[in-house]
Design a protein around this ligand. Sequence first.
Ligand code: AHR
Length: 324
Amino acid sequence: MKKSAIRFAALAVGALAVAGPAAADLPPLEMKERYKVGFPQMESNNPWRIAETKSFEDTAEGCGWDLVTTDAAGSAAKQVADVDSMIAQGIDVLFLPPREEKPLIPAVMRARAAGIPTFLVDRSVDPNVARAGEHYVAFLGSDFVDQGRRVAEWTLANFEGEEGIIIELEGTTGSSPANDRRKGFDDVMAMHDNMTIVASQTGDFSRDLGRQVMETLLQAHPDVNIVYAHNDEMAIGAIQALELAGRKPGEDVLVVSIDGTRDALQAIIDGKMGVTVESSPFFGPLACETMKRYANGEEIEPWVKVEDRIFTIENAADHIDEAY
Ligand code: AHR
C-alpha cells in the first residue's frame, strides 16, 4: 500500500495547515464535541459482522458519536445506496467496510466529493482505482495475505500425512479478504510439491453455504485430507458436511481457518479443527482513536494495521471466554 503520509489542517481549532499535494484533496475534520458518524454494515449473517457492529455501537457514546448504522443484507448495491443516504443525511465521518473491492468505489468518491472524511474498516477497495491519502483517509484492518500465509505455514508444520489433498472454501467473490487470503495461502502451498489444492470455490463467508459447497466438493474429492476455509463460519459448515459424510474432522481431515470465533475455538478444544488465525472485528475503539487523531491534525498512516494472534489447542481454552 502507498506509504505517503496524510496531513491536513484542523481548521476549527486553528491548527497549522501542513498539507502535501495529496492531503490537500482530503476533506478536513473539525474538532468538536459530537460527530454524526455513518457505519453502513454489509450484512449481519455471522457472528463476526454482529461483533463488529456492536463494537461501533459500544464505542459511540464514549467517542461522542451520533451513530447511523445500516445493514445491506449482503448486497453491494444496497451498501452503495446506504452510503448515499448517509451522505444526504449530512454525516461528518464515514467508516465503511466495503463488501467487495470494486462496487463501493463510486460511493467512496461521492463521500469525498461531499467533503466527508472516509475511513475504510476491515475490508479495502481496489488500490488501482481508489487510494488512501487521496480518495479516502486510511484503511484500518488486518493483513489478509499474511493471515493466509500463517494458516499455510501452520498447516505445513502440523499436517501428519505425506500428500496433502486440499479443498479451499473461499470468501465472498471480489472481496479483499477472499482475494488476499487465497493469495497468502496458495503462494505458500505452491512451493510444496506434496500439497495440491484440488478445488477452490466460494462459500461467501457463510456457514450454510460453506456446508453446501463442502457437501458437493466432497463427492468429487472424497480423498480430501485438508480443508482451508477463509473464515470460521465456513469451517464450521465444512465440519458439519464432513461429519454427515462419515468423516472425522481432526482425525482424517485437518480443518484450518481464520477469524477466532467462539464456535471455532470450541471446535479446536473439541479436536475438530487445527488452527484459526485471528481477524479481529473489534474496530470501534481503533476507529475512535484514528478519527480523533485526524481531527487533531495528526498524520495518519495509509494503513492502520491490526496485529492478529493465532489460536490452537495450546491456547484456545484461554481465549474462549473473550470470543464472540
Ligand atoms: O472482512 C473480514 C471477514 O468478513 C471475516 O473473516 C468474515 O468472517 C467476515 O464476514
